[in-house]
Write a protein that binds this ligand. Structure first.
Ligand code: PGA
Length: 248
């Protein structure tokens, strides 16, 4: 079976003991219910030390954000170098919430990609069109535009790159695109990779994100070319996240 990713993005939710208990429960679930999928947990940065102290062996850890420098005068930010002892190996980059709330543009996303990959991190690059762009019929152009940041990938990189296709109008809304709409976008991503990033094609995986639940995950994972899912709200309860893993 090809690699499949089930990734939880807690966003700005869950804290303290609750985070640690969730991690212990997830480890236990995966020990008792082995999966072929690669499971990744991206909690708020403050939870990483306590979750890392659980020494998870069945799932990997990721960050939701970082600044692309080892250290320096960057008030309020954190670097990947600060996470060195915490066994963090994935980094989400370009999530639409960061693009919108923090004005993250293509330049800063490209710098983050280059920096994280040089540090040996696997990245989860989020792309996707807004409702307006969809209505204007420019979804495919928008996707192609957002993929251009991948030209910043170091030439020799072989680290896994996940591209999460997340239509903005599907995030946190309970509405998901039709299966054939997702399939069309997956095909556009594949075409772009074949034409522009052929040397990385074996290490690039396409994921879907936006209102993924236990009820819809199987039909999403059945789409040709989809290698996994990025899960927000439905990853906040352990039962619901393990339900998704169970169906993968
Ligand atoms: P959601 O979030 O699953 O709550 O829609 C997905 C995401 O933003 O990655």
């Amino acid at each position: 079976m090809s690699t499949r990713y089930i990734i939880a993005n807690w966003k700005m939710n869950i804290k303290g003991d609750e985070a640690r208990e969730y991690a212990i429960g997830l480890e236990q679930y995966l020990v008792n219910n082995p999966t072929q999928s690669t499971v990744v947990l991206c909690p708020p940065i403050l939870c990483l030390p306590s979750i890392s102290s659980v020494k998870p062996t069945q799932f990997s850890l990721g960050v939701q954000n970082f600044y692309p420098m080892d250290s320096g005068s960057v008030t309020g930010e954190h670097s990947l170098a600060m996470l060195d002892s915490l066994n963090v190996s994935y980094a989400i980059i370009g999530h639409s919430e960061r693009r919108i709330l923090f004005n993250e543009d293509e330049d800063s996303i490209a710098r983050k990609i280059k920096y994280a990959v040089e540090k040996g991190y696997s990245i989860i690059l989020c792309i996707g069109e807004s409702r307006e762009e969809r209505e204007l019929g420019i979804t495919q152009q928008r996707i192609e535009q957002q993929l251009q940041v991948l030209s910043s990938l170091p030439k020799e990189s072989t680290t896994p790159i996940c591209i999460a296709y997340e239509p903005l109008w599907a995030i946190g809304t309970g509405i998901i695109p039709q299966v054939d709409e997702i399939a069309t976008c997956v095909q556009s991503i594949k075409k772009y990779i074949d034409e522009n990033l052929d040397q990385y094609s074996k290490s690039i995986y396409t994921l879907y994100g936006g209102s993924v639940t236990q009820d819809n995950v199987a039909s999403i994972l059945a789409i040709d070319g989809i290698h996994g899912v990025l899960v927000g709200s439905a990853s906040l309860q352990l039962d619901s996240f393990t339900g998704i893993i169970g169906k993968s």
